[in-house]
Design a protein. Structure first.
Length: 430
């Protein structure tokens, strides 16, 4: 690789702006460590005149990012737009076909189109790097691709979204409702100020789990039906009850090989306060891999915010500048296989069920009879009457049952007039 390296940055949101400053601040350090001198020669964003901490020279600004490749000789592109399709996809394809290395934090793009983009990168002998797409500043992808390269990984799981982990932790510590804590997270920059839906509904963590699966198990990115639930329905009372039971609620992403088949899921879990994962709080992420011969490996770090993300983006840059041309997913696209999906209906868990009911005789026995009909056995019941309002709260912890049983059983409760709200279900992490 030549000594002078031309860089383009497309997308100047929180991450793009932070990255721009980091590249300018650390260019001497980067040169010392790699022998390469970097120069930002092109920038593209929706609005050149938006107020930023720095002014953008007209000479390097492009309204249409695709025009960059016609006017400039680019060596490395940072794609920081964040869409799974549209301009993000077109731009990355154009760069790879122009033999330009690509670095991106865009988990939506990689989880949807990563297989095809990896083929393009391999064909054109350039790098497609996406360390920043999973778990912020934690170098989990490089650890799997390089540090654990000769291990047979059979499971990877953890807390993959700093926004949701902050909200759940803060609800517990501050005794405030979901809505109040979400506003606080938005003010602090941990949640999107406009629409934080993709964090809250589990999509963000799910995209990351699909990337981790492909890397861990040398497979193609899965497209199969999976459980994806977020934290929007978690109430403060659930967090208080969990606390009394010695448990905490965490949004977990889980991927493992069960009987040779791929199982992936993202949903809230009740975990013991005595476990490692139960004590990862705030905006922290934690990823745990299980494999042979290494056993269990744990990586923890900040997962929300532009600082940790930029750390991973610069790590990818350093790798490219040192002259490493690598397979984006660790092995050649030709050798990556499609792994058959595990039937999620057979997923087994103990369940936490919260019912809001009319306080009258026979309601509890009616609920337990329905559970028994669907082979769901009860481990523990906590009943709290509200005599003033003539209603009661019933908490049921079940023994392990199949996902299909829980789904069929709960659907019946929709038509029960004695049940005031559709029951809340949270799975216990086994």
């Amino acid at each position: 690789m030549k000594k002078n390296i031309n860089i383009a940055i497309v997308g100047l949101g929180q991450i793009g702006v932070y990255l721009y400053n980091e590249l300018n601040l650390k260019k001497n350090e980067i040169e010392k460590k790699t022998g390469k001198r970097i120069k930002i020669v092109a920038i593209s964003a929706k609005n050149r005149n938006k107020k930023r901490r720095f002014s953008i020279s007209k000479k390097i600004f492009y309204k249409n990012p695709l025009k960059i490749f016609e006017k400039e000789k680019i060596d490395i592109l940072f794609e920081c737009i964040g869409f799974s399709d549209g301009i993000s996809k077109k731009l990355v394809e154009k760069a790879l076909n122009s033999k330009v290395h690509v670095i991106t934090p865009n988990k939506a793009l990689i989880s949807k189109h990563g297989d095809n983009l990896a083929k393009l990168a391999e064909k054109n002998k350039v790098n497609l790097e996406f360390e920043a797409s999973v778990a912020g500043g934690i170098p989990i992808l490089r650890t799997i691709k390089e540090g654990l390269a000769t291990n047979k990984i059979n499971k990877v799981y953890g807390i993959l979204n700093g926004t949701t982990n902050y909200i759940l932790s803060e609800m517990e510590s501050s005794n405030q409702t979901f809505d109040k804590v979400l506003k606080k997270a938005q003010k602090l920059g941990f949640a999107e100020p406009g629409n934080p839906k993709l964090d809250l509904n589990g999509f963000d963590a799910f995209a990351k789990i699909r990337i981790l699966s492909a890397l861990s198990f040398n497979g193609k990115i899965s497209k199969s039906r999976c459980i994806m639930e977020g934290i929007e329905n978690i109430k403060l009372e659930d967090i208080k009850i969990a606390n009394q039971l010695g448990l905490r609620i965490k949004l977990l992403g889980i991927s493992e090989i069960i009987e040779g088949k791929l199982f992936e899921t993202v949903h809230p879990c009740l975990v013991s306060k005595k476990t490692y994962i139960g004590n990862v709080n705030g905006v922290m992420n934690a990823v745990i891999t299980e494999g042979k011969p290494v056993g269990q490996s744990v990586l923890q770090g900040e997962g929300a915010g532009p600082g940790p993300t930029s750390s991973s983006l610069l790590s990818d840059l350093m790798s490219i500048l040192r002259g490493n041309i690598k397979f984006p997913f660790g092995i050649s696209s030709k050798k990556r296989k499609t792994i058959k999906p595990f039937d999620i209906d057979n997923y087994t868990n103990s369940l936490y069920l919260r019912f809001e009911v009319k306080d009258k005789q026979g309601v509890l026995s009616n609920i337990t009879n329905r559970l028994a009909k669907f082979k769901i056995s009860v481990d523990r019941i906590i009943q709290t009457p509200d005599q003033k309002n003539k209603k009661a709260r019933i908490i049921i912890i079940t023994h392990k049952t199949k996902e299909i049983n829980a789904k069929k059983c709960l659907s019946i409760f929709k038509s029960n007039k004695n049940i005031l709200k559709f029951p809340t279900l949270i799975r216990l992490y086994n």
